[in-house]
Design a protein around this ligand. Structure first.
Ligand code: CO
Length: 136
């Protein structure tokens, strides 16, 4: 597995519109992208944080994974995402070493990338996302 960098920090919020001003207008981070990702049940706004990104993540409904997360643990840092070269190789290695990805195959993520999440119980409470450009 070769991690190439910190792709983004995901921050779960109940309403992006209520907090975006802090990031955009006070911290002066440029908004790079905004999209809904129905497969993940979220609306995402991606901001430029220099050498990485911040992603504000708002649940599309209460019964989505992020909606349930906020109900249980409140808003805050939800996950960190490392970019990797080869998501499938990373998945294979995780399985070999006994770690449990949340899905057996890469899923479609934001910004045309493929992603895999590692179970937080296998990572001392940290939800780790691995991300790579989608194979086309
Ligand atoms: Co993410």
């Amino acid at each position: 597995m070769s991690v190439q960098g910190l792709d983004h920090i995901g921050i779960a919020v109940s309403d992006i519109d209520g907090i975006i001003s802090l990031y955009r207008d006070v911290l002066n981070m440029a908004v790079l992208d905004e999209e809904s990702v129905p497969t993940q049940g979220v609306r995402v706004v991606k901001l430029d944080a220099g050498n990485t990104h911040v992603e504000l993540i708002e649940p599309l409904a209460d019964d989505t994974p992020v909606g349930k997360y906020i109900a249980k643990r409140g808003e805050g840092i939800h996950h960190i995402c490392f970019s990797v070269k080869d998501l499938r190789a990373s998945l294979r290695l995780m399985a070999e070493k006994g770690y449990r990805p949340l899905t057996p195959e890469p899923q479609k993520g934001a910004s045309g990338r493929e992603v895999v999440f590692l179970h937080p119980k296998d990572a001392r409470g940290v939800l780790i996302e691995l991300s790579a450009p989608a194979l086309s």
